[in-house]
Structures are given as structure tokens and as C-alpha cells.
Design a protein around this ligand. Structure first.
Ligand SMILES: [Zn+2]
Length: 355
């Protein structure tokens, strides 16, 4: 199960430009007036998710670029033995490694425009882009690909990451059916349930029962479960949510939590403490409660927001914020609820040392 994983250097220019433009910096998000939000999700509901304006209007934030020196320390060109490195892949996707063991969480890089998603087009996994991202992470062989729920922006590419890196696909019964539909053999599929624990090298991973946020006009998008092999290409609506997990991950170097959807449950982290919370923030219902029941409950030292980027645009294009995410509101409210917790942003496609 050992993997030839290491942190590698990848070009950061695109995301640095984004950071400069968005001014995503520690505890400084005052320029909220410049956030342009066009809530196409709302429009999508109104016209029955049929014909959408497409992915032309993206949020943009302007800023002075000050305080970029306070951004998260990036482990550029450094492969520190025993350090836990994370590479954020956009949405809730990431690659985690300590140099011996490596695993993906919710890797999703085959992005499609909103028109195709909303109109039920078939969405094949994009092998060339998946290969590119596997090489960006520096991973040739992974131990696991973990899926926190089965929506297409978490699960569509997962079996192919598993196939290409000889990893085991780990997730709900719905995720297992997605793996089978993609042709993964049974020995590369592991079904887990809330409360389960999986050991990967020095990583201990707990699957904690979670809830999906009511991200789409007050409802959970594509509810239900996948109950038969889902043979790709399939439509986004075929990827039913299934069981929803949050991941509580401990390692001798530290602990962190991955929350793949902005839903939360009161008491879900009772008795647990984590250094870092990777927190999905798109589709959140109430920032104050989200931060209170997750980051504060975990006594987290830092929040790294994820799943705020516009995943209807290819990763090769300049990153922008998803419509309706209201990033400044998140920063302001989170800092009011928990002023002692740092909020930091992760670079895209660039391994950084978590601890
Ligand atoms: Zn989802």
C-alpha cells in the first residue's frame, strides 16, 4: 500500500493572480463592495433547470493585493520528510500525503459548463485532465480515493483516479455503485458507513455522519442514492447524493477535518479536536451556525475554505468564485464568531505543508 508520493513544485502563477485579484488574505476582507454575485442557481430553479444562460458571468473580486505575504506558507519545491502535504484541486478535491501514504479526497477535475450540467448532457470523465492532475500531485500510486458524497462534483472522476493510481475507492454504497459502473474490480472498492474508521499508513480516518447543505433553492440537489452500477458517461442528475460523510483525519503530525458539503449537524464533532478544518462554503445556509458547529466545536486553529470556486469553468481557466458564495460575508461572519481562528486560503494545484 505504499505510494511513491512526494510534494512537487507546480506553477502557481494563475492562482497567485487570482489571490492578488481576490485579496484572499488572513483576516482582511474589507473590500466586499466589489463582489459581483449573479445567482444563476436561482435562475436555474426558476426556469426548471432547463435552459441556462451558461457559464459566462462569473464572480469577480477586485482588491489591492495587500497582505498577500500573509497567505498560507506554501511548500514550493520543498519535500519535507514526514510532513503532511496537501494539494488542493478545486471544489472539495485534494491530495494528501506524508511522503509514504497518499490519498485523494473528492477529486473532481472534469468540469463542465452549467448549460450541459443543467440540461442533462452526458458528462464523460476527461482522462487527459485527470492524468495531468495526477502528475501535478506527484502521485504515481495512491492508497485510496475517498468520496464524501456521491454528487457528480465529488464522485464523477473518483473511480478513474482510483483506476489510474491503483487506489481503493472508499465511500458510501452509492459511491461503490459508481465505482462498479466505471469498471473498478471489487478489490478496489470499499464501502463505508458513518462511524467507520479506515487506517491508511499513519493516517486514521473516521467517517462522521454529516448532512448536505440545502444548496439549491432551499433543497438538497439530486437527493436519494445510486442503487445500481452507474455506467459513464452519465448526466449530473444520475449522481445521487447517497450517504454524506465528514472526514476526521488524524496523523502523528496533526489532525484535520474535511467537510465536503456546507451542511453540519449539531454535536457531530463532540469530543473531537482538529488543527485545521477544510470547510466547503458554497450553498451554506447560515455562516454563523456553520462555523459554530464545525470550526468552534473542533477547537480548530485554522479554517481553509474549499468548494467556493466556480466549478462550471475548466481548471485551466482563471479561477473565479461561484455565484452566490458571498466570500466577504463568510470571512466577516466567521471572524466575528471565532476571532481566534485564522482563515487561510490554499493555493490551487500547489502542494503545501499542512503540518
Ligand atoms: Zn453535493
Amino acid at each position: 500500500m505504499s505510494s511513491g508520493t512526494k510534494c512537487t513544485n507546480v506553477s502557481m502563477k494563475r492562482f497567485e493572480n487570482f489571490q492578488r485579484k481576490t485579496n484572499l488574505s488572513d483576516n482582511d476582507f474589507g473590500n466586499e463592495k466589489a463582489l459581483i454575485v449573479s445567482n444563476l442557481f436561482f435562475l436555474m430553479q426558476i426556469i426548471g433547470m432547463v435552459s441556462i444562460l451558461c457559464s459566462a458571468s462569473c464572480s469577480a473580486i477586485s482588491g489591492s493585493g495587500r497582505n498577500t505575504e500573509k497567505m498560507i506558507d506554501v511548500a514550493v519545491n520543498k519535500s519535507k520528510q514526514d510532513a503532511v502535504c496537501v494539494t488542493w484541486m478545486g471544489t472539495a478535491g485534494m491530495y494528501v500525503t506524508d511522503g509514504e501514504t497518499g490519498f485523494f479526497i473528492d477529486p473532481f477535475v472534469s468540469r463542465y459548463g452549467l448549460f450541459k450540467v443543467a440540461c442533462g448532457f452526458l458528462l464523460p470523465p476527461q482522462n487527459r485532465i485527470i492524468d495531468d492532475w495526477i502528475s501535478r500531485t506527484g502521485c504515481q500510486k495512491a492508497d485510496a480515493v475517498i468520496v464524501t458524497h456521491s454528487h457528480y462534483d465529488h464522485a464523477l472522476d473518483a473511480p478513474f483516479f482510483a483506476q489510474k493510481t491503483s487506489a481503493v475507492l472508499v465511500g458510501s454504497a452509492s459511491t461503490a455503485w459508481i465505482g462498479r459502473g466505471a469498471g473498478l474490480p471489487e478489490h478496489q472498492i470499499k464501502t463505508v458507513y458513518a462511524g467507520d474508521r479506515v487506517q491508511l499508513g499513519k493516517f486514521d480516518i473516521r467517517f462522521i455522519k454529516s448532512r448536505h447543505s440545502k444548496a439549491l433553492f432551499g433543497r438538497v440537489p439530486w437527493p436519494g442514492a445510486v442503487t445500481a452500477p452507474l455506467i459513464p458517461p452519465a448526466a449530473a442528475s444520475d449522481y445521487r447524493v447517497g450517504e454524506i460523510f465528514s472526514l476526521f483525519i488524524t496523523h502523528p503530525k496533526g489532525s484535520f477535518v474535511h467537510l465536503g458539503s456546507a451542511g453540519y449537524m449539531e454535536g457531530m464533532f463532540d469530543g473531537l479536536k482538529a488543527h485545521t478544518l477544510f470547510l466547503s462554503i458554497s450553498g451554506r445556509e447560515d455562516t454563523r451556525e456553520l462555523v459554530h458547529y464545525t470550526a468552534v466545536a473542533l477547537s480548530a486553529k485554522q479554517i481553509i475554505p474549499i468548494h467556493f470556486d466556480n466549478f462550471f469553468k475548466p481548471l485551466s481557466e482563471k479561477m473565479s468564485v461561484l455565484w452566490g458564495v458571498e466570500l466577504p460575508e463568510f470571512y466577516k461572519t466567521a471572524l466575528r464568531v471565532a476571532p481566534e481562528i485564522r482563515i487561510r486560503t490554499a493555493p490551487l494545484g500547489q502542494p503545501f505543508i499542512l503540518f
